[in-house]
Design a protein around this ligand. Structure first.
Ligand SMILES: [Zn+2]
Length: 86
């Protein structure tokens, strides 16, 4: 897990100040990296100043197929996990 600039999730309002990879490998996000909120599954992208901007459906649609399918799988997993808790 690496520390990131503090942002607020546009989906659930959670404070986000750290990031980790899906497989636990070492990685520090950089501008253009994708982020999926661990609390609500909203997909965002790191901007040049490392703040998080939520991605539009169009932007997600424009991702390469392989990346898009991984992102959607992860996002849906988080959403389902949270629905079952609430
Ligand atoms: Zn969220």
């Amino acid at each position: 897990m690496s520390r990131t600039k503090e942002s607020v999730c546009c989906g659930c309002g959670s404070k986000l100040d750290a990031a980790s990879t899906a497989d636990g490998s070492d990685y520090t996000p950089e501008p253009g990296s994708l982020s999926i909120c661990a609390y609500c599954g909203v997909v965002s992208i790191f901007e040049d100043d490392m703040s998080l901007k939520p991605m539009t459906l169009k932007e997600i649609d424009d991702l390469p197929f392989k990346i898009r399918s991984e992102v959607m799988k992860m996002s849906n997993f988080i959403k389902q996990k949270n629905y079952s808790i609430n």
